[in-house]
Design a protein around this ligand. Structure first.
Ligand code: NA7
Length: 292
């Protein structure tokens, strides 16, 4: 298929790479042009704007950081929608709020464009391996047509409902990531303080009730390995929790624990760790205890 991809960040770049690897003809755009070069070297076409990406492809994919970035690449004279026509499909892999996804779907519907919100889970490792979980909201026929793109980037593809449903599912997932991470980091700070062997602790937890995919993704390389560069950025987790808390507010639902976790991460962001991976939230916790 002819596919366009807008947003070559930590997640988007490896996803675009896998689309290319699956044999599709790929056209890419990224605001920071230098990030397009590695894909161009692999045979991708490079476009000068999101609008240009959309010309002549069957499916346009977006994977950008926040809702405002999604509007920046889709709306306006240089936005993707300006280059799209009836029959084309827009697949948004970004994590945004359901209301944003629904508004995008409405704008697409007005032009006869199929639209899917398709946020992904599995981190940068899952993006590189092509094993992401993709939760998709949108019409059945559009979901079926976009199948080859999903097959290239993910392993578990779940169609969860109409426009905005994928985003809602993803935000619920992010509450669990945010809350679980806070517990994992706090537990490891305590373990260190009372003198436990962190490697043995990790082995024990891996086969105990305290195990989780967050424990697996942050503890060995990041918490114990002290690697806070690269991977899913802390500032994006704060963004996800903000969107989830807003979803709660809109539904008049109290979210106690997610709110506390968000404050922990905000504190780490204020301390300058927002651009590091989410495990860096342990750094101010350690400082508070006077230890590393
Ligand atoms: P990154 O690595 O921060 O990448 C974000 C991407 O979004 C990157 O391509 C950015 O372009 C692009 N971006 C951000 N703001 C804009 C604006 N205003 N205009 C155009 N493009 C923009 O995030 P990830 O790849 O880890 O995550 C992407 C999504 O998946 C996010 O929603 C996560 O929560 C899940 P740049 O390279 O900075 O020019």
């Amino acid at each position: 298929m002819k596919i366009g991809f807008i947003g070559l960040g930590n997640m988007g770049e490896p996803m675009a790479r896998n689309i290319l690897k699956a044999g599709h003809e790929l056209t890419v755009y990224n605001r920071t042009a230098s990030k397009m070069m590695p894909l161009a070297a692999l045979g991708a076409h490079v476009a000068g704007s999101p609008r240009e990406v959309a010309l002549g492809v069957e499916i346009v994919c977006t994977c950008v950081s926040v809702p405002s970035a999604l509007w920046a690449v889709t709306e306006g004279p240089d936005g993707a929608l300006a280059g799209m026509a009836a029959g084309q499909i827009l697949v948004d892999f970004s994590t945004v709020d359901p209301a944003t996804s629904q508004r995008l779907a409405e704008l697409c519907a007005a032009k006869g464009i199929g639209c899917l919100d398709a946020p992904v889970s599995g981190g940068t490792a899952g993006a590189a391996a092509g094993t992401l979980t993709v939760v998709v909201g949108g019409p059945d026929d559009v979901f079926a047509e976009a199948g080859p793109v999903f097959a290239a980037v993910g392993k578990n593809i779940v169609h969860v409902g109409g426009a905005g449903a994928g985003s809602a599912f993803k935000l619920i997932n992010q509450i669990l990531v945010g809350v679980n991470l806070a517990g994992v980091l706090e537990a490891f700070v305590l373990a260190r303080k009372v003198g436990l062997d962190l490697n043995v602790l990790y082995q024990v937890l891996s086969t105990s009730a305290g195990n989780s995919s967050t424990l697996q993704s942050v503890v060995p390389d990041r918490v114990i390995g002290r690697d806070f560069q690269g991977g899913f950025m802390l500032k994006l987790l704060i963004k996800d929790l903000d969107l989830a808390l807003q979803m709660g507010k809109d539904a008049h639902a109290a979210l106690f624990v997610a709110g506390v976790a968000r404050q922990l991460y905000e504190q780490a962001s204020i301390a300058g760790y927002g651009d590091m991976n989410m495990a860096a939230a342990i750094l101010p916790m350690e400082k508070l205890q006077g230890m590393e």
